[in-house]
Design a protein around this ligand. Sequence first.
Ligand code: C5P
Length: 240
Amino acid sequence: MTAAEPRVIVALDFPDMMSAFGLAARLDPSACAVKVGKELFTVAEAGLVRELVRRGFRVFLDLKFHDIPNTVAQACIAATHLGVWMVDVHAAGGGAMMKAAREAVAAAAKDESKPRPLLVAVTVLTSLTAEDLAATGVTGTPEAQVLRLARLAQANGLDGAVCSAQEAAALRAACGPQFKLVTPGIRPAGSAAHDQARVMTPHAAIAAGADYLVIGRAITAAADPLRALREINAALGASH
Ligand code: C5P
């Protein structure tokens, strides 16, 4: 990560393309990256991603691929063709799936002489409790499972993990300084938690070891989204 690279990834969680472009038109690509998730991608299709890339945004394509290795590899090749900056898979898909994904993005990027997208692994969804995990046959604490899956991701060449900021310090210690940590559940001090149970301020998340902060409603639902982003960047010491 370069000093100038934005740490905030604005989650474009909108139900239609017009709303997403409405906010994107006001955002400066040098002040944030953007995240396109399942809802927006499903209504808007790939043209939206291409357009965001064309406008100079670093795009995190958050489709959390989880399938057999060949299918995930092909999906990752398609994502690389779109020119995205970051793409994610579920670590629970296993080592062979992650290795296939990693090889696929590298080969596709090389073929097109494009930079390779960062490939990050979703470990344990933050919505899952220990009881939920036990019901799927995973015994032990969610934290132990997060660490197990992050190590598996790292061993198979992935660049990092999506995790709760509350797990960032443990993952940083376990996986070292190069492993990218992408953390949702971020709320500036005093803002509404909404449905997120375990939230952290932007500054605390970075202090805990996060590299990138996924921020949705604290920016998208703010009366003045640009000001909200500016204040977060200022709190992080960025110049934007
Ligand atoms: O609005 P808010 O800041 O809570 O949005 C968080 C974003 O991060 C949403 O796009 C959500 O899907 C995503 N996310 C999350 N928790 C995870 C993984 C992704 O909140 N464990």
